[in-house]
Design a protein around this ligand. Structure first.
Ligand code: C2O
Ligand code: CU
Ligand code: CU
Length: 435
């Protein structure tokens, strides 16, 4: 094929892999692996991905965080039938950032992502290349999930689609699928040998429903465990020290950990303080095994001032209430997803404020646009980790969160939804149409 840009070909297929030592786990995998292959893209250079669906189920591929025309966005009704192939073409006219791609089949995103259909898609750009941040083998993406396994190694997920294998009724009444086993890059409790120096970790919460609250044990003797350098939409303008990282599904935290603060021989554990049942306390560990001369630094200025949307430019404010309905389904302003309707029709190029309220915690995600977190009702200001360009915002129980967004790019139909995948599948999703 005559393609100028970054080119990937991927087959989506059933596979059986070893996740738990000695057991085989059936998965649905891009290229038959979990996580899927990491796509490395370049800002300004189109990225082409040819997908072939050899699974027994329909699929849609969404590039989360991608600014793409509607036909390339992987709308949940824009499906690839089993046995078909199609090309996704991404303009990649956007800054460097840690994106990810995942399945988006209407009603079945939860089970299909759970079984393996997710991977990183990293865009790099010249601003980032010029920085002295940790790079090469010290720039490490971490895809964090939780899974529940049966005794034979099968991932347990009840679904009404018989081709998704686990018998059982679709869990209408559940608040999301939680597992008792953390997987980091598909591996249970991995151990990584590190030098006593700085590392950059691009942390993605790819869990279906779990919000993680992670920190380091033992904490470093001085300073914050993490220095955040980027969020969903790429580098922050300046770094932010964080004691812990609270991340809802689909959020990305790009952080630097300086292992030079620990003596050689220390085991540093990435622990989870969120107590959601089943409780998962440890994710992985780092063994500090050697000294190394430091070459990386975290500069006080990471990126030119971000051209974040200005609330003064907003032409209006829309309110969306994310709550469970009386019938047990999850709704936005009381409505279930209906593909014949759009809940919002912003004009191309316009700026709007969107206000979200919630019953339980909901990670709210918009396709197409990145936004700025403007305010929270508690503690009445954005949190320290709300900075930069975001595409997913954690709305806590009973909280009111306002974002401001510029609807640039393309006219057409996109979705916004809760990224708790069971809430999404249970209809907490709506179209918006840029006009
Ligand atoms: Cu990451 Cu519409 O999703
Ligand atoms: Cu998305
Ligand atoms: Cu939700």
């Amino acid at each position: 094929d005559d393609v100028s840009g970054t080119y990937y070909a991927m087959t989506q297929r059933d596979a059986s892999i070893e996740i738990i030592p000695g057991l085989r786990t059936p998965i649905m995998g891009y290229e038959g692996v979990f996580p899927g292959p990491t796509i490395m893209a370049r800002s300004g250079r189109p990225t082409i991905v040819d997908h072939t669906n050899r699974l027994a189920v329909p699929v849609a591929v969404h590039l989360h965080g991608g600014k793409n025309p509607p036909a390339q966005d992987g709308h949940p009704t824009d499906l690839m039938a089993p046995g078909t192939a199609r090309r996704y073409a991404y303009p990649t006219d956007q800054r460097g950032a840690t994106l990810w791609y995942h399945d988006h089949r209407l009603d079945f995103t939860g089970p299909q992502v759970y079984r393996g259909l997710a991977g990183f898609h990293i865009i790099r750009d010249a601003v980032e290349d010029a920085l002295p941040l940790p790079a090469g083998d010290k720039d490490v993406p971490l895809l964090i999930t939780d899974r529940l396994f049966e005794a034979d190694g099968t991932m347990y997920y009840p679904s009404s689609d018989p081709s998704l294998r686990t018998p059982g009724l679709y869990p209408w009444a559940m608040n999301g699928q939680y597992g008792d086993t953390a997987l980091v890059n598909g591996v249970p409790w991995p151990r990584m040998e590190v030098s006593a120096t700085k590392y950059r970790f691009r942390v993605l919460n790819a869990s279906n429903a779990r919000h993680w609250d992670i920190t380091l044990d033992p904490p470093p003797p001085s300073g914050d465990p993490f220095v955040q350098v980027g969020s969903d939409g790429g580098l922050l303008s300046s770094p932010v020290g964080l004691r812990n990282i609270v991340m809802s599904p689909a959020e990305r935290f790009d952080v630097v950990i300086d292992f030079a603060r620990y003596p050689v021989g220390t085991r540093v554990v990435l622990v989870n303080n969120d107590r959601t049942i089943p409780v998962v306390t440890e994710l992985m560990c780092f063994d500090v095994v050697r000294r190394e001369t430091e070459t990386a630094t975290v500069p006080a200025r990471l990126a030119p001032p971000l051209d974040l949307p200005d609330p003064a430019d907003a032409v209006g404010i829309r309110h969306f209430d994310f709550t469970r309905r009386a019938d047990g389904m999850w709704g936005i302003n009381g409505a279930m997803f209906d593909d014949r309707q759009s809940l919002a029709s912003p004009a191309l190029g316009s700026t709007e404020i969107w206000e979200f309220t919630s019953d339980v915690a909901h990670p709210v995600h918009l396709h197409l646009v990145h936004f700025r977190v403007l305010s929270r009702s508690r503690p009445q200001s954005p949190e320290p980790w709300d900075g930069g360009w975001k595409d997913t915002v954690r709305v806590r129980p009973g909280e009111t969160v306002r974002i401001v967004s510029r609807f640039e790019g393309w006219r057409g139909k996109y979705v916004f939804h809760c990224h708790n995948l069971e809430h999404e599948d249970m209809m907490m999703m709506a179209n918006f149409t840029v006009q």
